[in-house]
Design a protein around this ligand. Structure first.
Ligand SMILES: [Zn+2]
Length: 155
């Protein structure tokens, strides 16, 4: 199903310094050999950065479409309450926070997708991560006692 990924890997450049960063369908991405593990690799013609196909698979295998997930995260970043999101999108509060927790493990990718597809500011993105006690810096989610224990919610 095409729905599994909002934006296919290799469809846009992930390099924040690139002129075509986050722009979908610019034709700047081309196939560029394979990684050592045999995965397709891509290169941006604009900035010459290479990227692998594992980028962009943040929400792979989730029940909801990635577009729905990103919309909910964007709404949250725009300071809508979880209750408001539930009313508008029909998604349960705990589901959205679950997505947010997952998103916080892939900050770079999620921020790129949100910035590419929604009109969000840096400040709004930073505020988003504070929901899950994560400042948005690279290098993985901060572990908080208590958050980890309740983090394994059933699907
Ligand atoms: Zn680029």
């Amino acid at each position: 199903m095409e729905q599994e990924r909002l934006v296919a890997p290799g469809s846009f450049c992930w390099n924040p310094a690139c002129r075509d960063y986050g722009k979908v369908g610019q034709g700047n991405i081309r196939k560029y050999g394979r990684t050592q593990k045999g995965r397709q690799r891509y290169q941006c013609r604009t900035c010459k950065a290479t990227l692998s196909e594992t980028k962009g698979t943040v929400f792979h295998g989730r029940h909801h479409a990635q577009e729905t997930i990103l919309e909910c995260l964007a709404l949250l970043a725009e300071r809508n309450s979880l209750a408001a999101i539930r009313r508008v999108k029909g998604v349960k509060e705990e589901t959205v926070t679950d997505w947010l927790r997952e998103a916080a493990r892939h900050v770079e990718e999620v921020e790129a997708l949100l910035l590419a597809n929604y009109r969000l500011t840096r400040v709004q993105l930073d505020a988003l991560w504070t929901y899950v006690g994560h400042k948005g810096e690279k290098g993985g989610i901060q572990k908080r006692p208590g958050a980890a224990a309740s983090g394994a919610a059933p699907p």
